[in-house]
Design a protein. Structure first.
Length: 172
């Protein structure tokens, strides 16, 4: 924890930029929308005492940072990731700790790096079967017949298999 009495606003510009870009990668990887990413990065950079402008795309993010001395521009090419609300929550929590000065920027960077390297909470097999179970449950709720339930379960499993085999988590 940060006990030095130094706030994160006093950290180096490069550390702040590295932290912000890592947050952008994590938010993008775990399914945050472009407008949510841009708004979050605006608030984070404002809290850290730097001026930043952001533009998020499905396959990348552009960032421009202004200081009294110069402008710094970053561009990251990102592959689409899978929605992972658990990891998105943990990244949000790490960002909150840094912005509240409960963690230093370097500790926050380390924590987000650990979150990015952790395995997903549920493996692909469980997620695939959950598609089938959800399809079955919806069919039962809609008072479908047993034949409808069987077919909807098979369709759900097919969709789950297809969704899990096409998309995979990626980040450098």
């Amino acid at each position: 924890m940060l006990d030095l009495g130094m706030s994160n606003k006093e950290a180096s510009l490069e550390a702040k930029i590295k932290f912000i870009m890592l947050i952008a990668k994590a938010f993008h990887r775990y399914g945050a929308s472009a407008d949510r990413i841009e708004k979050a990065l605006d608030r984070i950079s404002e809290n850290l005492g730097i001026v930043g402008h952001y533009f998020s795309l499905p396959t990348g993010i552009f960032a421009s940072f202004k200081t009294p001395d110069a402008e710094h521009t970053r561009m990251e090419r990102l592959d689409p990731g899978k929605v992972n609300l658990s990891k998105l929550f943990h990244v949000d929590q790490a960002v909150d700790y840094v912005t509240w000065d409960k963690l230093s920027i370097s500790e926050g960077t380390e924590l987000i790096g650990q979150i990015l390297n952790d395995k997903p909470l549920y493996n692909n097999t469980i997620v695939t079967f959950s598609y089938g179970l959800i399809s079955l449950a919806v069919c039962i709720i809609l008072k479908g017949s047993w034949n409808d339930a069987f077919v909807s379960t098979l369709v759900g499993l097919f969709v789950g298999f297809f969704a899990e085999s096409v998309r995979e988590e990626r980040i450098d």
